[in-house]
Design a protein around this ligand. Structure first.
Ligand SMILES: NC(=O)c1ccc[n+]([C@@H]2O[C@H](COP(=O)([O-])OP(=O)(O)OC[C@H]3O[C@@H](n4cnc5c(N)ncnc54)[C@H](O)[C@@H]3O)[C@@H](O)[C@H]2O)c1
Length: 386
């Protein structure tokens, strides 16, 4: 089946908008269904970082993925669907539990029911999943081999013991890259809903014989990431604090790590996930396999902006956060081919140039402070000096 017409649910966002442009370059037509959530796009849509890039190029329908009529309308004439609509803040998901469950899981359920209604029309579904499904992920214990520690204990975190320990002998561990066959054990509501979302789609597509790909992204960054949403996107938040000479609170001991993958690399794999001939359903990690500590992030941003950072390593921690994350790329390469990923520092240079061109207005920093108060009031931000 030759695919030509793509629908991106949540396509006005960071990953969706960049993917839309890449799909257009590759010869596909693109329609978007998006609720244009003010938390991400702001109240003046003309000032949304992502909308303004796609406005003149793709058909945009405003609507909610939980609304069957809106999804039915958006699916007309389409033969491939990319489902990116979601609530994306790990911390926020820990107290807006119904909202996250509703958007992320009900949205997938609505799409699944629509796929049954129009069976035969859709030749490919791509769903954005997350490394959050792995929770703390994989580690190596010198005595017990590859192990998968559960949630870190609050009592340990409160006394500065941030690294997970071996679930069998409580000994020290070495972090490993997550493989798709690793156990799923999310530590946050966000991770739980992303797993449900992924599985709802894969289950239905498997039953209907639609080849589908769930892409478990690591931390995606780059131009276009929201400079308004205070609930997610550490690079945007740190950038704005740094540029406004406001102090940066670095959680835990600053040595938690993330695998930062550049937006163009993610968009490339989204396009390949539509384009490559597949006959079954696949789950694939998308990440570089490299880790950066939070302190590396502060240093890289301050070097790139040419500004001395004012920061403190506070010892505070958020319930639901994990310690280390990085992706194994073996399956991604096997299914979607080789690729040269943008290096972290190169990506940071492009990102900071873009932030400088967009300008900052202080609202994100203020919103971030509010988001931390919300977490603290819910008992989900703990630790640090009393
Ligand atoms: N950015 C990352 O680092 C990252 C990492 C892992 C997974 N993901 C996943 O990738 C997807 C896209 O993430 P993103 O970074 O582009 O987020 P984003 O917030 O920039 O984009 C999400 C889009 O979905 C829209 N949306 C939200 N709720 C909706 C609803 N009910 N109906 C219709 N549209 C709705 C928003 O308006 C927004 O345009 C999400 O599913 C996210 O969970 C992102």
């Amino acid at each position: 089946m030759s695919l030509k017409h793509c629908l991106i649910l949540g396509g006005a966002g960071f990953i969706g908008s960049r993917t839309a442009l890449r799909l257009l370059e590759s010869g596909y037509s693109v329609r978007i269904l998006d609720s244009l959530d003010p938390q991400i796009h702001g109240t003046s849509l003309a000032r949304s970082e992502t909308l303004k890039c796609i406005w003149d190029h793709v058909e945009i329908q405003a609507g909610d993925v939980r609304d069957p009529a809106a999804v039915e309308r958006a699916l007309k004439g389409v033969d491939a669907v990319l489902h990116f609509a979601a609530g994306t803040g790990t911390g926020q998901s820990m107290y807006q539990i119904r909202q996250y469950s509703d958007v992320n899981v009900t949205g997938a359920a609505v799409l699944a029911e629509q796929l049954i209604r129009i069976k035969g029309q859709i030749g490919r579904v791509v769903i954005s999943s997350s490394r959050a499904v792995y929770g703390e992920g994989a580690y190596l214990c010198l005595e017990h081999g590859r192990v998968y520690p559960h949630n870190r204990k609050v009592a340990d975190l409160e006394t500065g013991r941030f690294n997970p320990v071996c679930p069998q002998c409580a000994g020290p561990l070495l972090e490993q890259s997550s493989e798709e066959s690793d156990p799923v054990q999310p530590t946050s509501i966000y991770g739980i809903t992303k797993y449900s979302q992924e599985q709802v789609i894969l289950n239905l597509c498997g039953a209907l014989g639609i080849p589908a790909v769930a892409l478990r992204y690591q931390n995606v960054f780059g131009p276009g990431q929201s400079l308004k949403n205070p609930y997610t996107g550490i690079l945007s938040i740190f950038s704005q604090l740094l540029l406004q000479n406001r102090p940066i609170n670095v959680f835990e001991d600053g040595l938690a790590t993330r695998d930062f993958v550049y937006i163009d690399d993610v968009a490339e794999f989204n396009v390949r996930a539509v384009r490559e001939p597949l006959t079954s359903c696949e789950i694939l990690n998308v990440g570089t396999g490299f880790r950066q500590t939070l302190l590396d992030v502060v240093t890289a941003l301050s070097e790139s902006y040419g500004k001395e950072p004012e920061f403190s390593v506070s010892g505070q921690f958020r319930i639901g956060d994990i310690r280390h994350a990085a992706a194994s790329q073996t399956q991604l390469r096997r299914v979607l081919g080789e690729h040269r990923f943008v290096e972290f520092k190169q990506g940071i240079a492009k990102f900071t140039q873009w932030v400088m061109a967009e300008g900052t207005d202080g609202a994100l920093g203020t919103g971030y402070t509010r988001s931390l108060s919300e977490m603290a009031n819910s008992g989900l931000l703990k630790g640090g000096k009393k």
